[in-house]
Write a protein that binds this ligand. Structure first.
Ligand code: SF4
Length: 325
């Protein structure tokens, strides 16, 4: 592996994205934040729209842990998968409480078993924080790395355990930081799902799957179910009714009410759709003029912009404004 490690390190120095802000810092909080944001989101989106504004608003773990959840969700708006933001906030809060007893600033532990105990920190995030923030000689296991490992070892349907075992065997224990960052970059730019560029790959010499790389791993076919909802926009005095969600789905975000059967006096204004990972949501949207009186939680459209709302509710507001034009 020595030669391959050298190839990977050389490749990284020439082609790696060395300047990403979470690669030029040693602050565990910044690295942890980037890992959480990047879990379901592309680098470009995180870099251009979310990472810096979030750190400006919550520059330390302490600032994050002591802020109201609503403020955190507002900064997360549009990024989706809001549980990530809630767990980030919960973890920061737990670290603040833990450290208050020691009188020092809160920070993340470096030990993987301890990291995994915090909400939302899974095995890969714990490994990423350990290796990127604390230079521990451990591997990471995100989607790009998994694909490389499957191809290098000709694995069609590996178990999680077998992948982690292989990853631990392969990791460069002398320079794990560059090795792990390089593996992600190689997966994103060379060992891509379609048309991998094997001839320029630093793992070429040891790769067993290079003759038919796209056979590894076997792709699972996913059938995405559709869910339909009737959404009522209750309007009074040009203000719209929104409530803060209490259920599991989009918990704590503000949104419009869903109803089984639309009120007969309501008017159908159109449909919005939104694709989530596990299902497609179709919302049939109705407006209802509230004649009685303004209830609690009525907001002008400019006030709605200050609330943390989901992408689908944003689309519903847009449909409403387009209809009213
Ligand atoms: S040689 Fe090809 S298949 Fe193997 S890791 Fe490199 S790009 Fe992927």
């Amino acid at each position: 592996m020595k030669k391959v490690h050298k190839n990977i390190q050389d490749w990284y120095k020439t082609y790696g994205r060395l300047d990403l802000p979470w690669r030029t810092t040693t602050d565990p909080y910044h690295i942890y934040l980037s890992e959480v944001m990047l879990q379901q989101t592309q680098v470009k989106t995180v870099l251009e729209r979310y990472y810096f504004p979030f750190l400006k608003k919550f520059p330390t773990l302490e600032a994050l842990g002591k802020s109201p959840l609503d403020d955190v969700l507002k900064m997360w708006e549009g990024l989706g998968y809001y549980n990530r933001a809630k767990n980030l906030h919960k973890t920061a809060g737990m670290l603040v409480v833990q450290r208050q007893t020691h009188g020092s600033a809160p920070t993340l532990p470096s030990n993987i078993d301890e990291l995994i105990k915090f909400p939302g920190i899974g095995k890969n995030t714990a490994h990423a924080v350990a290796t990127f923030a604390y230079k521990k000689p451990v591997p990471i296991m995100e989607a790009n790395v998994k694909r490389i490992l499957c191809r290098v070892h000709k694995l069609k349907t590996p178990t999680d355990k077998s992948l982690w075992d292989i990853a631990y065997n392969m990791v460069d224990k002398i320079n794990p930081f560059d090795y792990n960052q390089a593996m992600m970059d190689i997966g994103a730019t060379i060992c891509t799902p379609k048309n991998p560029q094997c001839k320029v790959c630093p793992l070429y010499d040891i790769c067993k799957g290079k003759n038919a790389p796209t056979l590894y791993p076997t792709k699972k076919k996913r059938i995405v179910p559709t869910r339909e909802e009737n959404i009522i926009i209750s309007v009074y005095n040009n203000k719209l009714s929104l409530t803060q969600r209490t259920g599991k789905f989009l918990h704590a975000l503000w949104g419009f009410e869903a109803t089984e059967v639309p009120l007969c006096a309501s008017e159908y204004i159109g449909e919005v759709t939104h694709a989530y990972t596990h299902f497609k949501l179709i919302c049939k949207v109705y407006i209802y003029d509230e004649l009685d009186k303004e209830q609690a939680h009525y907001f002008s459209t400019s006030d709605i912009q200050k609330l943390a709302i989901s992408k689908v509710d944003e689309k519903i507001v847009k449909l409403y404004l387009d209809t009213m034009r």
